[in-house]
Design a protein around this ligand. Sequence first.
Ligand code: HEC
Ligand code: HEC
Ligand code: HEC
Length: 96
Amino acid sequence: MKKILSAVIAVAFISIASSAIAAPPPASVVLPAKTGNVTFNHKAHQGQGCKKCHGEGAPGKIELNKDKAHALCVDCHKEKAKGPQDAKTCNVCHKK
Ligand code: HEC
Ligand code: HEC
Ligand code: HEC
């Protein structure tokens, strides 16, 4: 009886632990836009540190709109002098 009970407790613990683990990061994400979808290479960006884009806490969905996205992407590229740095060259990011 004791054995069964501890097995049940162990299973309960494992399921709690795994539900607390965040979803694995995607390799790439398609961000839809009227001006052409943006295919974001997530894997290539992970080295920047999750918090840079996701903020504090477990990384999850980011609410992006035009201004927020343009600021997020372009500001960092300018800072690092890498990736698309000109917000006016739309088709570097937006592909039709
Ligand atoms: C550095 C990459 C980048 C560049 C350059 C860029 N965009 Fe974006 N844009 C994005 C991202 C990322 C989003 C967010 C898309 C989403 O959240 O679905 C976005 C969102 C938008 C949206 C809102 C999406 C919608 O359908 O409502 C519009 C409109 C837009 N961009 C227009 C432009 C125009 C026009 C230009 C050029 C003057 C431009 N963008 C240049 C990356 C870029
Ligand atoms: C340069 C910016 C950036 C960095 C750095 C980054 N992410 Fe993301 N991440 C995004 C964007 C943009 C999306 C897609 C938009 C969304 O899902 O909200 C995304 C989506 C995700 C998703 C899917 C969310 C969902 O619910 O669909 C997970 C999970 C995730 N990232 C985890 C991570 C982890 C873990 C790290 C650090 C190792 C990380 N990200 C670093 C920008 C970034
Ligand atoms: C925290 C910094 C940071 C943010 C935020 C960021 N990037 Fe980048 N991005 C980089 C760096 C650094 C590189 C150069 C990577 C390399 O050379 O390996 C890069 C490269 C790129 C490239 C060219 C290379 C490739 O493989 O795709 C594109 C396109 C790009 N980023 C799109 C985006 C978009 C779209 C966003 C916003 C959703 C974004 N980035 C947000 C740092 C960032």
